[in-house]
Design a protein around this ligand. Sequence first.
Ligand code: FEO
Length: 386
Amino acid sequence: MDITITNDIRYIGVDDHDIDLFEGIYDVPNGMAYNSYVILDDKIAVMDTVEARFGAEWLGKLDAALAGRAPDYLVVQHVEPDHSANITAFMDKYPAATVVASAQAFRLIANFYGTDYADRRLVVADGAKLELGRHVLNFVTAPMVHWPEVIMTYDSADKVLFSADAFGKFGAQDYDDPEGWACEARRYYFGIVGKFGAQVQALLKKVSGFELGTICSLHGPILTGDLSEYLNLYNIWSSYGVETEGVVIAYTTVYGHTREAAEYLAEKLRGMGKRAVVTDLARDDQYEAVEDAFRHSKLVLCTTTYNAGVFPVMREFIEHLTDRGYQKRTVAFVENGSWAPMAAKGMRAMLEGCKELTFAETSVKITGALNAASFAQLDNLAAELA
Ligand code: FEO
């Protein structure tokens, strides 16, 4: 795709529509973009490479943008192979080029590509600058956003922040997402970076001193215009704040009775004017459920007792939440168990280490099918959550 960033900054990224799972785990039905950029000045800097399968396409785009010149620098902001896989091809093609990266990045480059480019490298630390001519690259370290070696780069001439994985989203560049940026950016953020809220907060503080006109992430669209929506959402997400008031009802079901409870509760809440989102953890995308749990203020976990504990898919979901630092929310339980319901106790134990959770007083117990007693408990829970 031909995308203009500024006069001197060209987009040379690629779209991947063949990928099945991003990072081996995330569904990306609308493909994935691996973004890369070139800054043309007295000196020329290329910002990151692309995924392994797109080396020839990327080098062709770079060649066209260079118009006969040779690049001076390859800035490697992030060594995860979706961005670094073509370092060797680039360095072989341009023998006068220097790799610019953090010290930690060079250790990872050696791990993946067998050399740390000891005689062709420039190690940059937080606050380092690199003058290309009119453009000055200002480097900021961003450890754990999303790996420890990450740097981001602010071009003070054109007011562009090259933000590595931050502000990225699922979806190819040529897919015009009718849901806008936030939906798939949120699923990306909580899936991939959610655990590292403190580090994202530190990064937001660092970049707050820059006058930002454009954000060039390594995935998803180039962000321009009013950037406050993106910055504001990143601030909410990384501080584990509530973005949307509402109740997420996440369930598993074996014979349909726990689903019936989940849907009954959702209807009750909607009848009270409350937002309720229902998800079947075995059949819907678990990472949609994860982003919904972090987005909303309240969560109801409804599941079956299984081997005297928690149903496996629900266990997996709760681990997704606890792994990512789930906190500051209200949680309620609906358990089903035909002869000895035990799931609520197990779910609560799994969440015990989370910070600032409030557990609802009403805990719903179902013994097989719903009956008058369980409907009454669901009514009580709806009233409590509303
Ligand atoms: Fe897009 Fe963390 O790599």
